[in-house]
Design a protein around this ligand. Structure first.
Ligand SMILES: Cc1ncc(COP(=O)(O)O)c(C=O)c1O
Length: 472
């Protein structure tokens, strides 16, 4: 194996002199148009000699992936230039065969649903318990996983999300034990947790806690470009060669060297400076905590108990019981303070922090939250719509070939959905194709729309209509 100084250094050394008689078509000529320079086209190449091949790596890219598996403590890590979405598709394909059963936490991202649909998998949904502060159903326990596996012993895998968009982490270690005792494989969508496991106040992640495959979006919480992600195989229960083949199926055959360099540089940065960078990040988070400790109306979510924890990088601010909702808080921060948040839900907002945040910005955010807190009043707690577990009439992939029709939502109660319905972010389906639309559905959509959360559906019929399967 060659020992290089990394992909970006290699690109920088090579690119100025060599004549590019190959893709990409911009030919690294950043004089051609201004945008090319801004996008880094001067080091944008293809698989030329000496630069390795992501899908058959044995040089500088292989070296980078090995560095990553050492860093996280995985058996084999894969660079992914198609986000966690690509990593999830490949993982589900590698772990399951067509028609396999699995246990899927119902709060998974739509990428998981798409993967199961393509694989014609038969999921048994595990409905997580409610986290009271955010009101989201996101707590998966080892007990519920064990009970589901005992009920459906043919399940080959369990797939969960930890941390969630709100930073809620399950007890992955206990869940992994329960899954392995029952002979299944644990897949953890840790898209929001690539920064876990480096200490300095941040908890351990799923790689260290015994998951079999872990998927990370580097771009979400680490300093790396959008779309960069990683898949870690952590045990012998998963065939990593099969996963490599699936990665090649779900990713482009021309992966961007800019994105791969971003992953490589990010891994090297953590290898060299993780203590300093995570330590500083955590210190700034503590500053935010101190500054907002005396909030009167708004609250920063931070409870931990035996069943779950909240990882510190997400600043989730609850508006519950105040005169404003999450969307209004998000708008106030944007309009009055030029602070743009990651997400607003009915009752809370999510601010994502990272090691790139400056102390000045964190303090500015804390001051703004304190100022708004002083201006809002108390109000009656808005009722949280209770959603019944939907009845499944058929698997989502079975609806694809069936005829559909658009109906007013009020008229669609009792009919079988032909669509996924979700809010983005977080991209968790509330309804999936093949499920019967319950009496509470219209109220749910209404309450979200009233709170300024726009709902999406597969065929773009919402908010007025929804596609259902035709009845013959
Ligand atoms: C829990 C979860 N998993 C997976 C994804 C997909 O990640 P990516 O955007 O990296 O494809 C997201 C995106 O928001 C997510 O929230």
């Amino acid at each position: 194996m060659i020992k290089s100084e990394g992909l970006l250094k290699k690109l920088n050394d090579y690119c100025p002199g060599a004549v590019p008689m190959h893709m990409p078509g911009h030919k690294r000529n950043v004089q051609l148009a201004e945008y090319l320079g801004k996008l880094g086209a001067d080091v944008d190449i293809t698989e030329i000699d000496g630069f390795d091949d992501l899908h058959d790596a044995d040089g500088v890219i292989a070296e980078g992936m090995e560095r990553a598996d050492r860093l996280w403590g995985a058996k084999r890590s894969f660079f992914c230039v198609n986000g966690s979405t690509g990593g999830i598709l490949a993982t589900v394909f590698a772990v399951l065969e067509d028609g396999d059963e699995l246990i899927c936490a119902r709060n998974c991202h739509k990428a998981v649903y798409n993967a199961m649909e393509l694989r014609r998998a038969k999921p048994h949904f595990l409905f997580p318990e409610k986290e009271e502060q955010s009101g989201t159903d996101c707590i998966v326990t080892a007990g519920t996983v064990a009970a589901m596996l005992d009920k459906y012993p043919a399940s080959k895998a369990v797939i969960i999300t930890s941390p969630t968009y709100e930073g809620v982490i399950c007890d992955v270690k206990a869940i992994a034990d329960a899954v392995h005792e029952r002979g299944a494989v644990l897949i953890v969508d840790e898209a929001h947790g690539a920064h876990l496991g480096f200490g300095c106040g941040f908890p351990d992640g799923a790689v260290k806690n015994g998951a079999d495959v872990v998927i990370h979006s580097l771009h979400k919480t680490l300093p790396s470009l959008t779309q960069t992600a990683m898949v870690h195989v952590c045990s012998e229960r998963v065939d990593s060669d099969k996963l490599a083949r699936c990665m090649a199926i779900f990713e482009t055959s021309s992966p961007s060297y800019l994105l791969m360099s971003s992953i490589d540089c990010c891994v090297r940065l953590l290898e060299e400076r993780s203590e300093e960078l995570f330590g500083e990040w955590y210190r700034r988070l503590k500053l935010f905590e101190e500054k907002t400790a005396a909030l009167k109306h708004l609250r920063v979510m931070k409870k931990t108990d035996a069943m779950y924890a909240i990882e510190p990088s997400k600043l989730v601010i609850s508006t519950r019981g105040t005169s404003i909702n999450g969307r209004e808080l998000m708008n106030m921060l944007r309009d009055q303070y030029s602070i743009e948040l990651e997400m607003a839900a009915s009752d809370y907002v999510v601010a994502m922090t990272g090691m790139g945040d400056t102390e000045e910005n964190i303090l500015k955010f804390a001051d703004a939250v304190c100022e708004i807190d002083g201006a809002v009043g108390l109000a009656e707690m808005r009722e949280r719509p209770n959603v019944d577990e939907p009845e499944r009439c058929c698997f989502s992939w079975e609806t694809a070939s069936k005829e559909r029709e658009a109906m007013d939502i009020s008229a669609a109660v009792g009919r079988v959905s032909a669509e996924y319905v979700w809010a983005y972010p977080p991209g968790i389906p509330l309804l999936i194709p093949g499920e019967r639309i319950g009496g509470d559905f219209e109220k749910l959509i209404e309450s979200r729309e009233q709170a300024g959360i726009s709902m999406k559906s597969t065929f773009f019929a919402l908010p007025q209509k929804i596609y259902v399967l035709k009845e013959h």
